[in-house]
Design a binder for this molecule. Structure first.
Ligand SMILES: [Zn+2]
Length: 243
């Protein structure tokens, strides 16, 4: 549904006629359904409808231009108008979750368990950081995993560690290291040495690219809604992330 609304917004960027819009999407959805989508888009502030005529709002134009889903566009707009830090906005849009325990095999063997190497998937965090588990590992590994727990698993949420905070903090860390001018390879070295966690260069590059693309949308939104503070901060952050 989000995708469909994104497509309708994209077509509304090239035509103001509701009839045109219906014929563009005719093969995919029935006209009455398009009407429902249009009503939703109007209600959420993406466009205005009058008779056969459709006009994209400021928000609608930005969403169409940046191929944002409506939910993403709303998140960005709300973040921008409430002066949220750009870093908080982009990490709420996209998280880095492709982190792996470097020593998953070794840990599994010495604890006689089956630990998945994906840090943020399944029950890895629960298994590894449950009570006595860590103390059975070698001191270096213990230190690293304790660093990990201290930095990423110390929120007070009831659902911790499955509350989203660990991934968010980890993404923050990654973007922060990039902001210090480190290459993906150097970032991986630090992750391994400090936290016993690793990642693929390609996954990191991919995440950085997405972060910059989302930041562009934040920039545009800040400009459209005259939020010069958010705009300036986004420019600075963008420069840092691009290295
Ligand atoms: Zn939490």
């Amino acid at each position: 549904e989000d995708d469909m609304m994104e497509e309708i917004l994209a077509s509304a960027a090239v035509t103001n006629s509701k009839r045109d819009l219906q014929s563009i999407h005719n093969s995919m959805v029935a006209s009455y359904q398009i009407n429902i989508y249009l009503k939703t888009l109007a209600k959420t502030g993406f466009l205005a409808q009058r008779g056969n005529s459709i006009n994209l709002s400021k928000l609608g134009k930005i969403a169409a231009k940046h191929f944002l889903t409506t939910s993403k566009a709303i998140l960005i707009k709300e973040g921008v108008v409430s002066n949220t830090e750009p870093m908080d906005i982009i990490t709420s849009l996209e998280l880095f979750d492709s982190a792996y325990f470097k020593s998953a095999a070794q840990i599994s063997k010495s604890l006689n368990i089956n630990l998945s190497s994906r840090v943020f998937q399944g029950s890895s965090l629960d298994i590894l950081f449950d009570g006595e588990t860590l103390s059975k590992l070698n001191p270096t590994l213990q230190d690293r995993l304790l660093n990990f727990a201290t930095e990423f698993l110390t929120c007070g949420c009831k659902g911790s560690p499955f509350c989203g905070c660990p991934e968010r903090k980890f993404s923050f860390k990654l973007l922060g290291l990039r902001g210090e001018g480190l290459s993906p390879e150097a970032i991986i070295d630090i992750l391994e040495d400090t936290y016993g966690v690793t990642a693929y260069t390609g996954d990191i590059l991919d995440y950085l690219e997405k972060a910059v693309r989302n930041l562009d949308a934040v920039l545009m939104m800040a400009q459209a809604y005259s939020k010069s503070d958010v705009y300036q901060k986004s420019i600075t952050l963008r420069k840092k992330l691009e290295g």
